[in-house]
Design a binder for this molecule. Structure first.
Ligand SMILES: Nc1nc2c(ncn2[C@@H]2O[C@H](COP(=O)(O)OP(=O)(O)O)[C@@H](O)[C@H]2O)c(=O)[nH]1
Ligand SMILES: [Mg+2]
Length: 457
């Protein structure tokens, strides 16, 4: 009787698997017709055959600009970029949009940038990232490049006049009759929306149309939005999407996501600072640590051979996390005990601390770890701080953590998540990366951050 049951379950499993395969094949082939080349939703990235240069010159150019809610931090903004870049890559496969370009919003005085004696307004992405590497994924341009292109078309010193600005907002009720459907809907702009000016921090930006939209859905819905408001005869179209963080990922963690993510290499100047620090204070180098990467991210393959330097890295998120997330953020003493246990387990003597903690918190942490070397990166002088800026210092911390033998991060911190990803790209075994501090050192089975392993084509 039991044998029969098992046979029956095996058969029904097989049947379900076959049904799934058929459905996915149908989805897959519909996709083939929709975009230029087949794209399996999980295993193949958007790609089109290389076109003859100039083939689409008759098509309009769409400059897609976007911005994120001012309160959002650096690392969520990086995630929003991926949603937009993956969308752009798709959009460029669509008739009428093959010459679309994504304009990267400048970085200005983010809330977490606390050094007020240095200039950190309107920073281009090239300050933090390797732009040529990002351009190898899709057609993205920094704001200064956009401004230069605009001047070429409209004359020097011309004020920027956008065609359309869309300010997105969540629907009050996201689940109509219990289901989440992709949709957008115009609504009357509240008075407070005049506060969105100046666009992207530029006082000389204006717009012909300003539309407030309730929006819910993935980045693909932006295609419908662009189609809905399209006007005839436009050879260049300037569109700005405000509150782009409301736009969801098409599919998080698939090949498209990882291609865009892999292309986001850091600026060489920041990598150099981090590498020098690794060498001087942590005896760590790419050759020794087996963390050498190919010059072009496209040439990387899936290997988990990285060893990392002889130190562990702990990302200890403090500041606002102590209030907003006090139930999951450990005390300094508890974090120290968790670090200590790991150092002893791995037989290591050095811990690198990446943190937005205060001096007192760092002093206390060191006191709890007296038998170990506790290292932290700090700019050598004011000039270096002014050059790197707070965002650059944070990236140096992230690079150093990405090369550690073992990493442990903070629950639900996007800063931690970006380090996980970097280590996935470098090729560490998963258990040396996806680790999370518990609130208390006594609680070993606390809720951990999600594991999103890298996928390749
Ligand atoms: N230098 C440095 N800055 C940090 C660190 N952790 C947090 N920060 C700062 O605090 C900000 C945290 O905001 P965000 O990037 O949104 O990450 P999240 O809030 O942890 O999800 C970072 O962007 C940094 O400016 C750290 O380990 N080192
Ligand atoms: Mg944040």
């Amino acid at each position: 009787m039991r044998l029969h049951n098992i046979e029956f379950r095996c058969l029904s499993l097989l049947f379900n698997a076959l049904a799934l395969l058929t459905v996915s094949h149908i989805v897959h082939t519909t996709h083939i017709r929709k975009i230029c080349e087949k794209r399996d939703i999980f295993f193949e990235a958007f790609s089109c055959p290389r076109e003859r240069p100039g083939k689409w010159d008759h098509e309009p150019i769409t400059y897609l600009l976007y911005d994120v809610n001012p309160g959002e931090g650096f690392n969520l903004r990086r995630d929003v970029y991926i949603r937009m870049a993956v969308f752009l890559q798709f959009l460029r496969t669509q008739p009428g949009y093959r010459r679309s370009r994504l304009v990267l919003p400048p970085w200005s005085n983010l809330v977490h940038w606390r050094s007020h004696n240095i200039e950190q307004t309107q920073l281009p992405w090239s300050h933090f990232f390797d732009l040529p590497s990002m351009k190898a994924y899709t057609d993205v341009i920094d704001t200064p490049e956009f401004l230069a292109a605009y001047e070429t078309l409209h004359g020097q010193g011309a004020a920027v006049v956008l065609d359309e600005v869309y300010k997105l907002k969540h629907f009050d009720n996201m689940f109509e009759n219990g289901v989440f459907v992709d949709k957008f809907e115009e609504h009357v702009c509240p008075k407070s929306d005049s506060g969105t000016l100046p666009f992207l921090g530029y006082t000389n930006f204006a717009t012909k149309e300003f539309t407030c939209l309730h929006f819910q859905g993935s980045a693909m819905l932006l295609h419908k939005l662009l189609e809905t408001y399209k006007r005839k005869g436009q050879s260049v179209r300037y569109v700005l999407v405000l509150n782009a963080e409301i736009v969801l990922h098409d599919l998080w963690g698939n090949v498209d996501y990882w291609e865009a993510r892999r292309s986001m290499r850091f600026a060489h100047s920041l990598v150099e600072v981090a590498d020098r620090f690794r060498w001087d204070y942590l005896n760590s180098s790419d050759e020794q640590d087996r963390t050498v990467r190919p010059a072009n991210w496209r040439d990387a393959s899936h290997r988990r051979r990285a060893k990392g330097g002889e130190y562990i890295c702990a990302h200890l998120r403090r500041a606002d996390f102590l209030y907003g997330r006090d139930k999951t953020t450990p005390t300094i003493q508890s974090a120290a005990l968790q670090i200590r246990a790991k150092l002893l387990e791995l037989g290591l003597k050095t811990v690198f601390i990446a943190s937005d903690c205060s001096r007192t918190e760092f002093y206390n942490l060191k006191n709890y770890l007296k038998r170990f070397r506790v290292v932290r990166f700090a700019p050598e002088n004011y000039e270096q701080r002014a050059t790197l800026k707070d965002g650059g210092i944070a990236i140096v911390d992230q690079i150093i953590c990405s090369h550690a033998r073992y990493f442990i991060g903070t629950y639900e911190s996007t800063f931690t998540y970006r380090i996980y990803e970097e280590r996935e790209i470098i090729g560490f075994p998963k258990d040396l990366t996806f680790n999370t501090f518990c609130k208390s050192e006594k609680e070993m089975n606390c809720e951990k951050n999600t594991v999103w392993p890298i996928v390749y084509n």
